[in-house]
Write a protein that binds this ligand. Structure first.
Ligand SMILES: [Zn+2]
Length: 125
């Protein structure tokens, strides 16, 4: 007899934990007033992270129009976006994992960095 299977969904639930310290960090780092538009001209996030192994500062760019994945609520309505990115610097082989949660207006709400830490964040829109 086949066992009864419960249905599972692959979509992440829209339960975003915003850490107070990260929110404070975002408040300090997000400077929307005098942003420079990057070369591509599209809205983007420019991040600088410090590798926890060698201390290298690694810059990376997130294209907000193309790099983000939709996040759906339990009722299948879109409720935001998420980005996961892995980067490696030039000086060592440590992988820095970056996860950014965005609200429905593609504004960053929470940033988690493993293997390093965030030192700078810029929005170009
Ligand atoms: Zn490194």
């Amino acid at each position: 007899m086949a066992s009864r299977r419960t249905t599972t969904t692959l979509r992440p639930k829209c339960e975003i934990v915003v850490l107070v310290s990260v929110s404070d960090l975002l408040q300090r780092l997000l400077i929307p007033r005098h942003m420079t538009v990057d070369s591509a001209g599209a809205p983007a996030l420019l991040l600088t992270v410090e590798c926890k192994c060698c201390g290298e500062f690694i810059r990376t760019r997130v294209d907000k129009a193309n790099d983000l994945q939709d996040v759906y609520a339990q009722d299948d309505r879109p409720c935001g976006y998420v980005l996961t990115k892995e980067i490696v610097g030039a000086r060592c082989r440590n992988i820095v994992h970056i996860t950014i949660q965005f609200d429905e207006h593609r504004r960053p709400r929470d940033i988690q960095v493993e293997g390093g830490h965030l030192v700078h964040l810029e929005c170009t829109d």
